[in-house]
Design a protein around this ligand. Structure first.
Ligand code: FPP
Length: 253
């Protein structure tokens, strides 16, 4: 079932080859700007426009979960001015786009450390999650101040605390149980991870969850990302033979 504007809604059968969950490493804002003799911040501003295009395209294509890497735990090592610009962009994104996201039935979920973020930003993040909690369309997972190793370490610490409290036995710890203590609990693992800018690495993004994700690296900078780029990555994904450690599905051999 499609809406009048052509955007798929929940319950619509997914087209074959469309990933349920797509993760995006939005890379290359700085290089995009520098290559045009613009300040790096201009690259981040254009990056927000690309993010809007990406969310819309994800809805149109029928993706159910979109996780975007917007600020990593390691980004604190950047100049203070750039950090404050990125914080400001998230604030503005929430202030200007939240109503539209809500109207489009998008459910917003935030993952990452809240410690280190200002109180007003934390309140905005809480408000975005609370407002859209019952929405049933695309789930937009914003990874902000996120680092996968830290997330896994925290999940391990939670399990250790349960063992220490006597509510869990060590032999009961499984991969699924650890996964249920991650910030992505309840969200299916990503099928496809896209990174722009030509860099080919995960950079501490969804390391646990990406165990069987297909990785697609696009040779464009993030501010250039659009519907066609997302579609191209999905077409590449659809050509892949996902075996999850088993045998080839197509040949059975
Ligand atoms: C990588 O480009 C991008 C980031 C570190 C931040 C991504 C942020 C946005 C797309 C805009 C902000 C959006 C929200 C919702 C906060 P880079 O600076 O590492 O580029 P470079 O590798 O070319 O220097």
């Amino acid at each position: 079932m499609s809406r009048a504007d052509g955007v798929q809604e929940t319950g619509a059968p997914l087209q074959t080859g469309v990933p349920v969950h797509v993760g995006v490493i939005m890379d290359g804002n700085g290089r995009w700007a520098t290559s045009r003799n613009l300040p790096r911040v201009e690259g981040h501003r254009r990056g927000v426009e690309a993010l809007r295009r990406c969310v819309r395209a994800a809805r149109e294509i029928g993706i159910r979960y979109l996780t975007i890497y917007s600020f990593s735990s390691e980004n604190w090592s950047r100049p203070v001015s750039e950090i404050s610009e990125l914080m400001g962009l998230l604030r503005r994104f929430l202030r200007h786009d939240l109503a539209d996201l809500h109207a489009a039935n998008v459910k917003v979920r935030i993952i990452g450390e809240r410690a280190g973020l200002s109180r007003d930003l934390c309140l905005m993040l809480d408000e975005a999650e609370a407002l859209t909690r019952d929405n049933t369309g695309l789930t937009l997972v914003v990874a902000f101040n996120y680092g996968s190793r830290q997330e896994i370490a925290e999940a391990a610490a939670r399990l250790a605390a349960e063992v220490a409290a006597g509510t869990l036995r060590p032999e009961e710890i499984t991969a699924d149980l650890l996964g249920s203590r991650l910030s992505t609990a309840g969200i299916p693992d990503p099928d496809l991870i896209i990174r722009t800018s030509g860099e080919q690495r995960l950079s501490n993004f969804l390391l646990w969850q990406a165990a069987y994700a297909e990785l697609v690296f696009l040779p464009i900078y993030w501010p250039e990302f659009d519907h066609a780029a997302l579609l191209g990555a999905i077409q590449e994904y659809a050509r892949r033979d996902r075996r999850f450690g088993g045998l080839a599905a197509r040949t059975g051999s």
